[in-house]
Design a protein around this ligand. Structure first.
Ligand code: SF4
Length: 238
């Protein structure tokens, strides 16, 4: 089925195929965006911390009350732990998450007067903020190009033959080199949406995949269109 992938693909061929895949995914998922709700960099950091081990939908339900009580880092740093724990409660791991939010907001207040820094190197030094979270914040809250290598992004980049790396930083660099910087943030959304809806870790919906012809991993999941159609999810991580 894949007719545009050959073993001897040149670098130029790889770049063209990668960009073509991204274009098709962009057309397939025109609404692709961060599935967590936030309105500023501080909220983006907080919801990303909260989203560990739970669904975006649950975070989106719980976060309005949290931001009504604590609209910025200064307010959150001064929060009463018990009150914050109750608000975080529905999201599970509430002690650890409350702890993370208190340490994060205290660091923002101490080091940046309550503002979120717009630099990767500064973001990753904040307590509980890894490179993935930092790139989400840069790309989605500051509008700066950022590649978010989560589990979906890494899996799809390898299935597409864009990289063989498993280390997220190496994946980020190798895939980043195939695309202009301005495309990085949307590329991340496209891959994550495709991973959540069709190209699942187990049983990807290959027979209902818009980039099947460009994918060297076609056949990893069912290729029968009817079987594959049943695997397609219309919503993401809910
Ligand atoms: S669903 Fe199948 S064909 Fe589509 S990208 Fe994933 S592995 Fe490739």
């Amino acid at each position: 089925m894949p007719d545009r992938v050959t073993a001897a693909e040149t670098r130029l061929g790889l770049v063209r195929r990668a960009r073509r895949i991204d274009r098709i995914l962009g057309e397939t998922y025109p609404d692709a965006k961060a599935e967590l709700d936030f309105t500023n960099p501080f909220e983006c950091l907080v919801v990303t911390v909260l989203s560990a081990q739970t669904t975006d939908k649950r975070v989106n339900l719980a976060s309005p009350a949290i931001f009504a009580a604590y609209p910025d880092a200064k307010a959150m740093a001064a929060a009463d732990r018990d009150v914050l724990e109750k608000l975080v409660g529905p999201l599970g791991f509430f002690r650890a998450k409350t702890d993370a939010l208190l340490r994060l907001s205290a660091a923002l207040v101490e080091e940046y007067d309550g503002e979120v820094p717009a630099k990767l190197e500064a973001l990753v030094k904040l307590p509980g903020v890894g490179r993935k979270t930092a790139n989400v914040v840069l790309g989605n809250a500051f509008g700066l190009p950022g590649i978010t290598v989560d589990t979906h992004f890494g899996r799809l980049a390898r299935r597409f033959g864009w990289t063989e790396q498993t280390d997220p930083v190496k994946v980020e660099h190798e895939v980043g080199a195939l695309f202009p910087k301005r495309d990085w943030t949307m590329l991340s959304h496209h891959l994550i949406w495709h991973g959540r809806r069709r190209c699942h870790a187990q049983k990807p919906a290959c027979g209902a995949c818009p980039v099947a012809r460009l994918c060297p991993s076609y056949g990893t999941g069912p290729t029968d269109p009817e079987v594959a159609a049943k695997l397609v999810r219309t919503e993401g991580r809910n």
